[in-house]
Design a protein around this ligand. Sequence first.
Ligand SMILES: NC(=O)c1ccc[n+]([C@@H]2O[C@H](COP(=O)([O-])OP(=O)(O)OC[C@H]3O[C@@H](n4cnc5c(N)ncnc54)[C@H](OP(=O)(O)O)[C@@H]3O)[C@@H](O)[C@H]2O)c1
Length: 284
Amino acid sequence: MNPSPDTIAEHLNHYPELAEQAKDWRHHFATDALSGKVILITGAGDGLGAATAKTYASFGATVILLGKTREKLEAVNDWISKNTSTQPVIVPCDLETLDLETAGNLADSIGDAFGTLDGIVHHASRLGPRAPLAHYPNDEWQKVMQINVNAVFLLNHALFSLLDASNRACVIHTSSSVGREGRAYWGAYAASKFALEGLSQVLADETEVAGRIKVFSVNPGGTRTAMRRDAYPLEDPLSLPTPEARMELFLLLQSPVDEGGETVEFVTGQQLDCRDWQGNVQRA
Ligand SMILES: NC(=O)c1ccc[n+]([C@@H]2O[C@H](COP(=O)([O-])OP(=O)(O)OC[C@H]3O[C@@H](n4cnc5c(N)ncnc54)[C@H](OP(=O)(O)O)[C@@H]3O)[C@@H](O)[C@H]2O)c1
């Protein structure tokens, strides 16, 4: 039987921002729900990526923290080492320069250390300038596409065999509202998120029959992070939900819950939104 919300909140004593949210979760996760799983999180030094890493580690996952700024990764690494029973790995990596060889080296290191990979959450992203396409700087277009799309392809490509070696792997592509409906002045960021949605659907379709890798795209919706502040500098950050308020869905997708003695699995390829999933994910 899964623990009550109070037991989960108590388990999360070390992480009050998440414990506060967990009281209202619709699903009751075992406190070791992700134990034995190895999950790579990109953009893990900040915002949603840091919250995802801390959440997964709090439920027992070994997390691989990939991001640009080493100091930010070290801070998350130290927090996890101090507050959970797991030991993370940090991978400082500028996705702007990621190529097939570097991605392959990362896959070799993960393979040597763990043998398989049970999940990837692609949070790392570049916002780029807010400008009309007619004036959009070409160098920025290339950088945004490289970080938000090409790097995701390269990581999925290089890590595919390790994911396929897992009993159940899950790849989450973090999208955006402007990746589902284009909006003026969102330029390369919007186009890159549309491409990410396409990449997610293709990978989901290719892996559906074998059934070992589940693939989703998730739009977190407006969340209190540095990127949101850059996009909306006049907005009051306190009016927005915290990254921890978005974590139930990110946890559920990596760890299907046990309901009535049965593990509930989700239909792969779904396009989800943290704001309106209402606790329901279409079931297989
Ligand atoms: N916050 C929102 O309201 C919102 C809404 C919709 C979608 N999203 C999506 O949610 C995801 C997480 O964003 P966030 O809001 O949490 O933003 P954030 O706090 O600014 O985090 C973005 C992360 O991406 C990393 N990153 C950027 N460029 C990189 C590069 N070249 N190489 C490696 N890592 C790089 C950053 O690392 P450094 O800090 O080291 O640079 C940072 O950890 C993104 O995919 C974003 O598009 C956010």
